[in-house]
Design a protein around this ligand. Structure first.
Ligand code: SAM
Length: 242
């Protein structure tokens, strides 16, 4: 997968050299480049913002550098990338969206700052490439950089070969509309607290049933919205009994 990120703070992306994302970059699974938006400015102050039309506090990112950045990174003669713009006004980011983005050959992230990017940049881009505004949640960050780090981490771990054990993806929270059951490791007793007997029993059928029941209970308690949204076809008879 190819990924381009445009930001006025390219330094924010230093962690993308670490851990499994760093490895995915090193082995070519992820071809990632970070670009400083100010490359596409032409004045001595390398200005990227200005006051909002209509008045009000704060500054808005000017359209010209963004237009030039998108022209350079998504030239008309090649297949357009999907433009992903973090925004508190966007569609909520979910595991389903992470899967959708992981299937794209090329993602282009545009990191807003200040009061955001002039709307015409997105409107113009939408005439020549798919544009998705994505929200991390119902709160406001300083800028899109942290949101891109989150989105990219969720997307990269879905790319084939990135996780050592791809089975982890099938078992974890949000894979099947449920939260994952509690996990334990050695020692069997720690500070007087015991690992549940069933997990030490070696009985794989019982362990699977216990994990499923715990996942259902946890989801019902912590995220009843997820359980309510779950397709009843995904429940088995023993779930209903539980
Ligand atoms: N004026 C904007 C509003 O009220 O919708 C908020 C702008 S915010 C201070 C600056 C930038 O941070 C946004 O352009 C966006 O890139 C990013 N951002 C802030 N909150 C976000 C969120 N919840 N999800 C994704 N990106 C966010």
């Amino acid at each position: 997968m190819r990924v381009d990120i445009v930001s006025i703070f390219p330094e924010y992306f230093a962690p993308l050299d670490l851990s499994l994302i760093g490895r995915a970059r090193a082995n070519g699974t992820l071809r990632l480049a970070v670009h400083d938006l100010r490359i596409w400015t032409h004045d001595v102050h390398r200005t990227v913002d200005d006051t909002p039309y209509g008045g009000g506090p704060g500054m808005v990112m000017r359209p010209e550098p963004w237009g030039e950045a998108l022209d350079a990174l998504a030239p008309a003669e090649v297949t357009a990338p999907r433009l992903v713009v973090p925004a508190p006004t966007g569609a909520p980011f979910t595991q389903a969206m992470a899967h959708e983005l992981a299937a794209e050959p090329h993602l282009l992230f545009a990191c807003g700052r200040y009061e955001g990017i002039d709307q015409r940049v997105l409107d113009h881009a939408a005439t020549r490439m798919p544009v998705t505004e994505v929200s991390l949640g119902d709160y406001v960050l300083f800028g899109g950089e942290v949101a891109v780090l989150v989105i990219l981490e969720a997307v990269t771990r879905l790319l084939p070969g990135v996780l050592g054990n791809a089975g982890s993806l099938a078992e974890e929270s949000h894979a099947h509309g449920l939260l994952e059951a509690p996990m334990y490791t050695k020692p069997a007793t720690w500070r007087g607290l015991e690992v549940p007997e069933v997990l030490r029993s070696g009985d794989h059928g019982r362990i699977a049933r216990w994990r499923r029941d715990e996942a259902l209970t946890r989801t019902a308690t912590r995220r009843p919205d997820m359980l309510a949204a779950m397709d009843p076809q995904r429940l088995d008879k023993r779930d209903v009994a539980a």
